[in-house]
Design a protein around this ligand. Structure first.
Ligand code: ADP
Ligand code: MG
Ligand code: MG
Length: 919
């Protein structure tokens, strides 16, 4: 256990600061950046930061502070007073303070802040005399009472009032009543006298509800505020948030104590927030909002419509209102210069808070700003082009997962700015979607699938019975549930737009009605979701589709990505169309072509019938006959795909799924099949029921089929090699790789290799070629295959890790049934992640690492890749690089994500001074 370091408090003031931006762990993000801005000489109100270590100690020692804290706070308060030339608690000229929380990483809306600390009944006349502005003074006091009674006297004291009985709400109601009595609508319309009366009412109410007088001593207020911030770290909301974001409890929060500046001193004052670039589009323009005569959170609280900082960013809501640029041109110019200076210094887009006190601008906060994926790409490339950052930094700036947003449709940012969200929930699946509300999965399936309408499934929560409707819907919206709820897991798996935990939705299933934000919506009404931000809108907002062809920034970034990455990226594709798409997304080959695809979906009727015929055959001769008929279908798709890939490797997997998946059950189909086989329906049913398995996943499938019916493998291999041979004869380049699935022992591979060799010889002879190039290899998906990889590599020229099945079999978790228990594992933290989403490095990952090691020990040039869904998950991609894979393969859509993740992996390895571990 680490001892508390002696220094517990760090001072900052313009031109001098003891901390800096690198000290986020100790000073929290807010404190570290306040110090950095102060050191840069920016106008930051002086103050000091109490470290996160004090918070950690506070919890370790049951709410006690280290004994040095008091003296250090007093010392730095003295320095603040010296800089300001005023004293905290001086009744004639009181210095007021804010007490602000600030953890290492921002936890929006979770932690507390109290403004105007130090304002007491004794100081009020002094401050009025000093400012000549009684309205301002009572406005500041009523804000202090509201915040302090809520944060310090109620929440930090552990009082949990009944719904709607919280002290803050009660005071807000008093204020609303006052406005009503005066016939005004805005807070700013209340006069000094009104506010004075209100403050008296507030104090009486605090006494009545909380049984204590409002503290009237500045020092009591200060320590009350500090204690409440530490207390808020363990508040219920904050703890829940940290669980979701995986922020450890022992990080603690810092407390920033800072001189108040006032945006509520009249019309030449105000407060606002901004971004150094537009966070929705990435455009290089100062983007922000402000309110005149306002303090603190007024801008974001939505009490009044905020104004825009400049003419460029106006929306329909504030188009008619003056911007800061026109209202206070000089302040705007200064502020603009400050934000530019800050961005140049930080070399990134920043989110800033500022306050204007009687024409003077003050900086109150800055941090690296959140942005959507589209903006992230544009900013990174723009900044690299203007030499603010290097190309490597630009590549590192874009999170692989954020890149998917560039590939998805999104709500038109301009339209979104002009719309007001109905509700906000958790962003469980990115991208934008619009559609008509439906309340049941069946309705979603009917209208979505059959009528081909755009629908959004709205539920309190979803369950496995809803999956068909979820699939048919454009998007999913739930009132309950968190980021690991059923809806969130399923949507993420499909890459579908999804918002969960949208508590403001009140769904009335009896009347098929949805009430939200005072509006009633019915089935069939249009809504629009921004799944990237978790926002719900009424109506049909336009979506913009990605246009990669013309997205210059994207193309440039991906060029840099490809020059940095060392590992290959392929796609899983089953048709020539998929293959074309994959190449467009930058795939360098196909890592998984499933031969069975031709039996599903459009155009599958005839091949499926022939397959069924094969399955139901009783003799080899019958089977061969059916296979003969099936053969042209097999060959044509393989041929077309090899041709599209033009010499790039194409891994073709022999038939994998359990046969019973293809068996017909409808009487009409059975009859048809029976007739064509010349047997009775009864006979056929007997054969079919013999195929039934109690555990098909581990049943008669994959290579096992090729062992029991070698002709099934033979025809497939022939289709592959003939297709390749024909293309070669036409002068084309091809590189097929034959992959045997579900193997667990070297003997199986030996057996299948003989078939391949025989067919190869035969094809060459018949087509007059010396040889057809191909590789022979296997999936490694059964734990035993990984453990005996040395033997498997004697026949295999390549391994492709099938980590979906390996995760199923490694954990013994049935993927189709885990909905019942996996959420509990994630919620309790027993498992850190869904192992089907991100590879389990310490278990399943060990099998992979071991398999590669053993395989390469036998065959040095063994090609190794992965073809499970993990191939598109950034963390898993990095793992694949570290264990020395040659490539990852994922769905075409995730290819850009995997390319970027592979580049990140290479950069991280370089930073560690290491090559991949397998090298
Ligand atoms: P959060 O962590 O939620 O951003 P902050 O600590 O930034 O909370 O404070 C909330 C609001 O109070 C912000 O709008 C901020 O600008 C304002 N504020 C904080 N400290 C001061 C101060 N010293 N003077 C004026 N306004 C302040
Ligand atoms: Mg803030
Ligand atoms: Mg498999």
């Amino acid at each position: 256990m680490r001892k508390l370091s002696k220094k517990l408090v760090y001072f900052f003031a313009p031109g001098k600061a003891q901390g800096n931006a690198a000290m986020k762990d100790l000073l929290g993000g807010k404190g570290a950046n306040l110090a950095e801005m102060a050191a840069l000489g920016l106008p930051v109100p002086p103050g000091f930061t109490i470290t996160t270590e004090v918070c950690t100690g506070y919890y370790k020692h049951r709410g006690r502070y280290p004994k040095e804290l008091k003296a250090q706070v007093e010392r730095d308060l003295g320095r603040v007073e010296q800089v300001m030339g005023r004293k905290f608690g001086d009744p004639h000229d009181p210095l007021l303070l804010s007490v602000r929380s600030g953890a290492r990483s921002s936890m929006p809306g979770m932690m507390e802040t109290v403004l105007n600390i130090g304002l007491t009944t004794k100081a009020i006349p002094g401050l009025i005399a000093k400012t000549g502005n009684p309205r301002f003074v009572y406005d500041a006091y009523r804000r202090l009472i509201m915040m302090y009674s809520d944060v310090v006297m109620e929440k930090a004291a552990g009082i949990e009032p009944a719904e709607g009985r919280g002290i803050r709400l009660q005071l807000e109601r008093l204020m609303a009543r006052m406005k009503e009595a005066r016939g005004v609508s805005k807070d700013t319309d209340l006069t000094a006298e009104d506010l004075q009366v209100l403050c008296d009412e507030f104090r009486a109410r605090v006494q009545e509800v909380l049984g204590k007088p409002f503290p009237d001593d500045p020092v009591d207020q200060l320590w009350g505020g500090i204690g409440a911030i530490f207390q808020s770290w363990m508040g219920r909301r904050a703890v829940a948030y940290r669980r979701i974001e995986k922020i450890p409890d022992d990080w603690g929060t810092a407390v920033n104590v800072q001189v108040m500046v006032f945006g509520n001193m009249g019309d030449n004052s105000g407060t606002g927030v901004g971004f150094t670039r537009d966070p929705a589009t990435g455009a290089n323009v100062f983007y922000g909002e402000w309110l005149p005569n306002a303090q603190g959170e007024d801008v974001v609280a939505g009490i009044r419509t905020p104004l825009h900082v400049n003419e460029a960013g106006k929306t329909e809501h504030n188009r008619h209102l003056p911007s800061l640029q026109t209202a206070m041109p000089q302040v705007y110019r200064q502020l603009n210069a400050l934000q530019k200076k800050l961005e140049r210094h930080y070399r990134d887009m920043l989110d800033i808070e500022f306050t204007i006190e009687e024409g003077r601008r003050w900086m109150l906060q800055c941090r690296v700003g959140k942005r959507n994926g589209v903006a992230a790409v544009k900013m990174a490339v723009d900044m690299a082009e203007s030499r603010l950052i290097t190309r490597q930094e630009a590549v590192r700036r874009v999170r692989p997962d954020a890149l998917i947003q560039v590939l998805l449709p999104m709500v038109d940012p301009q339209a979104e700015r002009n719309a007001r969200p109905l509700a906000k929930g958790l962003p469980a699946g990115p991208g934008g979607a619009h559609g008509m509300i439906v309340f049941t999965a069946d309705e979603a399936a009917r209208r979505g699938k059959e009528l081909k309408e755009r629908v959004i499934l709205v539920r309190n929560e979803t369950s496995p019975e809803d999956v068909h409707g979820m699939h048919a819907a454009q998007a999913i919206l739930t009132a309950r549930g968190g980021m690991t709820s059923h809806a969130a897991l399923v949507a993420r798996g499909w890459g579908k737009c999804c918002i969960v935990g949208c508590a403001a939705l009140d769904i009335d299933m009896d009347h098929r009605r949805l009430c939200v934000d005072g509006r009633a919506l019915r089935e069939g009404d249009w809504i629009t979701l921004n799944g990237t931000a978790g926002l719900v809108y009424e109506g049909r907002l336009p979506l913009v589709s990605p246009d990669l062809e013309h997205n210059q920034e994207y193309r440039r970034l991906m060029r840099w990505v490809d020059s940095l990455r060392k590992m290959g990226v392929r796609a899983n594709a089953d048709t020539p169309q998929d293959a074309r798409q994959a190449v467009a997304f930058g795939a360098e080959g196909i890592g998984l072509f499933r031969t069975e695809h031709m039996f599903y979906g459009e155009g599958s009727a005839e091949p499926l019938f022939l397959l069924r015929k094969m399955i139901a055959s009783a003799t080899e001769a019958q089977r061969r006959k059916a296979l003969d008929e099936l053969f042209p279908f097999m060959k044509s798709d393989i041929r077309a795909t090899l041709q599209v890939m033009g010499g790039r490797p194409v891994t073709i997997r022999l038939l994998d799924p359990p046969l019973h998946e293809f068996v017909p059950h409808e009487p009409a189909r059975l009859k048809e099949l029976a007739d064509s086989l010349g047997v009775s329906v009864d006979d056929l049913e007997r054969r079919v029921s013999a195929l039934r398995e109690s555990n098909p996943m581990m049943g008669h499938r994959g290579v096992r089929l090729g062992i029991t019916y070698p002709e099934v493998s033979e025809y497939q291999v022939r289709a592959i090699l003939e297709a390749a041979a024909e293309l070669i004869k036409e002068g084309k380049r091809v590189m097929p790789e034959i992959m045997i699935p579900v193997t667990c022992t070297a003997g199986e591979l030996e057996h299948q290799l003989q078939i391949c060799r025989r067919v190869h010889e035969d094809v060459c002879r018949r087509l007059g070629l010396k040889r057809v190039p191909y590789l022979f290899g296997t999936m490694i998906e059964i734990p035993r295959a990984a453990l005996t990889a040395g033997k498997m590599a004697q026949t295999s020229e390549f391994f492709s890790f099938g980590t979906n099945d390996m995760t199923q079999m490694g954990f013994g978790f049935s993927r189709d049934d885990m909905g019942a228990f996996l959420p509990a594992y994630l919620k309790t933290g027993i498992l850190p992640d869904d192992p089907f989403q991100t590879i389990d490095q310490e278990g399943v990952g060990e099998l992979v690492r071991f398999g590669i090691e053993r395989g390469r020990a036998v065959r040095k040039d063994l090609k190794v890749g992965i073809c499970g869904e993990h191939g598109g998950d950034p963390e898993s991609v990095k793992f694949c690089y570290r264990v020395g894979m040659d490539y990852v393969s994922c769905s075409p859509f995730r290819v850009p994500v995997a390319r970027l993740a592979a580049a990140h992996a290479a950069l991280e390895a370089k930073a560690r001074g290491k090559q991949p571990e397998g090298d």
